[in-house]
Design a protein around this ligand. Sequence first.
Ligand code: GAP
Length: 582
Amino acid sequence: MTTSPSPAAARPADLMKKLVALCKSRGFVFQSSEIYGGLKSAYDYGPLGAELKRNLMGEWWKDMVTTRENVVGLDASIIMHPDVWRASGHAAGFSDPLVDDLVSKERFRADKAPRPSPGDELPITCPDKGVAKDWAEQIEKRFGVALERDANVLRGMRALDAKTVGFFPKGATSAAQTFPWRGYVSPTFGSPFLSDERQFNLMFRTALGAVDPMQDVAIVLAELTAAPELAAALKAKFGAAADEGALAKAIADGDRTRMLRAAIEQITSPNMAFLRPETAQAMFVQFKNVMDSLGLKPPFGIAQMGKSFRNEVTVEHFIFRSCEFEQMEMEFFCEPGTQKEWMAYWKEQRMAFWRRYANYPEHFKFRQHASDEMAFYADDCYDVEYLYPWGWGELEGIASRTDYDLSQHEKHSGVKLRYVDQEKEDPETKKKPWIYKPYVIEPAAGATRGLLCFLLDAYHEEQRTDAEGKPVTRTVLKLHPKLAPITCAVLPLVRKDGHPEKAREIIQALLAAGVAAKYDEKHAIGKRYARHDEIGTPWCITVDGQTIADGTVTLRDRDTTQQVRIPATEAVQQVRERLEKA
Ligand code: GAP
């Protein structure tokens, strides 16, 4: 595909707003349950969005599975055994410490917050002067410091060291008051007045079994709350379980809320299940079955794509981050010691995939993770980042995960997840066979996020002049032809004179050849071209008077708007050739 010389700077200033509006008006993406007020955490893919998503995921599957000898596919269940998530660490650790700004009430992830350096001033930037007055009063009342108001900014706080902030009245050279601090400020307003960090589980819970566990909860709670002494009633009800874990701790602390909460966990945990927060774990859990059933030998990959669910703290930027989304992930199992080579190979392959479908390949780049950013078990990690309208951000993670996941599932399941290589010597004992847990390279991409990237990449506004010389804006989605929801539209110039009949003949031939084609006769021809430009249809075939006279049609190219005349009998072949070459 040709690359137009349009840098990110040439994007319309309100690109996201325009794209979201186009997605709705043209049937790509709708807000979930819109007629009931809508859900911000989930989206519905309309007729064109569904095709675009299928095409993107189809291209990924082709690229990762069907065109490779050493990668196989998997389509695992969304609900897995709860122990999977205990082994993977998601049940305990799939949570981000969250903090509230005590002044603005902004809630944010502690690990993503700005971290000023010792000595830095900590100005609190309020939305406006009125709010600044309000917040200054709140801070004075709650923390006893009178910050200086400078329009909408509150001044006077300063970072002393990584653990302390100080209040410096105007002109003071030493702190009049100090406060303990955790080294960061709230991201939007810069406030150092923050709550404790709290854990939130990001996995969606559900219960397996037709009997509603809430009935059991209600019965037990009725019993417990009627008892004269809650701690004694809990011990009588739960026996040994009351001597350990959260229940024992809550009893020891005499905290009634936590006691009841722990009791509810006790009652519901036998039936508790989670919606998968990633597609990846199934590839580890089914590693042995897949390997044994197909007689595979490392290096090989297991790939899967599909829905994942996360109770995200913030859902943002349309479909960029939502609670229900789709992923495309592959676990590549290789011999320990070869992971560096495979990392280099998959990095190159994955970047080539994204850039292949882009108008602006330079809007995709790698970012290597710093060592303190990586999970403790990973030995290397890169993000494929895309240049979103709000800046560079993650699209795919490519992680070298060592044998951590297989080790965890071995430990929790008791099943050996190893490959027995009869032909090789164990590097330590120098004896055959070599029995090892493969190391893993994991390219983990967002499918719905990828769809957003390609919509952003495709959205163009071109300034043109119409037939009367007036300036007009042409909106065109320059989607790669292999991704475009409709490959070819067939348009009769008028709804008479045999044009519709001929157009129907052509469309039948295209459909029979497997080309995604649509017949379109509504509105004037110019409007129809504009509509197909807006939804990214790469080619339009038009049947006109000349078609009836000499059997030729026009074939219009979306990006150049150039038209060529071709025999109608060659329409299928010409469209297929162009699609293949794209
Ligand atoms: N198995 C590894 C894993 O899931 P991740 O970085 O959490 O890694 C991989 O997710 C990709 O999935 C991300 O790069 C992103 O494209 C996509 N993704 C993650 N959370 C998402 C969300 N809430 N909404 C949309 N896409 C998401």
